[in-house]
Write a new protein. Structure first.
Length: 276
């Protein structure tokens, strides 16, 4: 079996998370999740949360078991009726493996909700850093985490074996004084560059100065500020159960579509323009 190359330097990521002090996007994700759980209208008695920010998520869900987002999740198979993957899945080298483990941890008809950064998250910063670096050095280096698109992320739910999979997003626009303020905020979130393939030497100041000029030109905000995008992707799926609705077999309908619409049924033209 081919080995999956490491996306993340886990030691650096843990160090970044330990220094995190800014949790406004976690607050947004938690509030959204709590609203969704209310809409589900089901009592959960054995919840678990997977997150690299245990204290933050434990304070919001005090009854839940909190486990780190290690490659091997410390979850009991079939031991939970709710598993939340809390704003950490975007750093996973094997996101499908993480989702499979979440599904195995669910009892039949248990619910999994994962929230992660994806889509257009930091698309502005990625673009200006790439353009500035190409101009300054003639090359590119990994500076912003690759972000999964919602359609691809939704497909992971099916690959992981979830029933009734749904993927949707919540976009948050944030303005900053300048590019350096944005990057400082990313470090305060614990979301600094922890890519395994990142450069290990300091970046020249001229690159950041060029990136600042490009950012202000392409992505301005009011009052001389700049705009940064954060897309929260929500992945929802259920552990399969016999009680769940199943798609009907082709040809098993008991009423014709034409009857339901109140129109006359017309056969399709056959070869040569006839109706045979």
């Amino acid at each position: 079996m081919a080995m999956i190359p490491n996306l993340t330097d886990r030691t650096t990521l843990a160090r970044h998370r330990a220094r995190a002090t800014a949790f406004f996007l976690h607050d947004l994700a938690i509030a959204e999740l709590q609203e969704r759980l209310i809409e589900v209208n089901k009592a959960f008695t054995a919840p678990a949360i997977v997150s690299g920010f245990p204290e933050k998520w434990a304070s919001a869900f005090p009854a839940a078991r909190i486990v780190p987002d290690d490659d091997l999740l410390a979850l009991q198979p079939g031991g939970h009726d709710l598993v939340i993957h809390g704003l950490s899945l975007h750093w996973a080298t094997d996101p499908v493996g993480q989702l499979v483990q979440c599904r195995r941890a669910l009892a039949p008809d248990g619910l999994m909700i994962a929230v992660l950064f994806g889509g257009q998250t930091l698309t502005e910063l990625r673009a200006v850093l790439a353009e500035a670096e190409a101009a300054e050095t003639g090359g590119l280096s990994p500076r912003v985490l690759p972000m999964g698109e919602i359609r691809d992320l939704g497909a992971l739910l099916q690959r992981a074996g979830f029933a009734l999979p749904v993927a949707d997003s919540l976009c948050q626009k944030v303005s900053y004084r300048d590019t350096m303020a944005l990057m400082r905020d990313l470090r305060a979130m614990g979301e600094g560059n922890a890519l395994a393939a990142r450069l290990r030497h300091p970046t020249r100041r001229s690159l950041f100065a060029r990136a600042e000029t490009l950012y202000r030109h392409h992505f301005p905000a009011e009052a001389g500020r700049i705009t940064a995008s954060f897309d929260l992707i929500f992945l929802t799926g259920w552990a399969p159960a016999d009680s769940q609705p199943k798609p009907m077999r082709p040809g098993s309908a008991v009423q014709k579509l034409a009857d339901a619409l109140g129109v006359a049924e017309r056969p399709l033209p056959g070869p040569g323009g006839g109706t045979g």
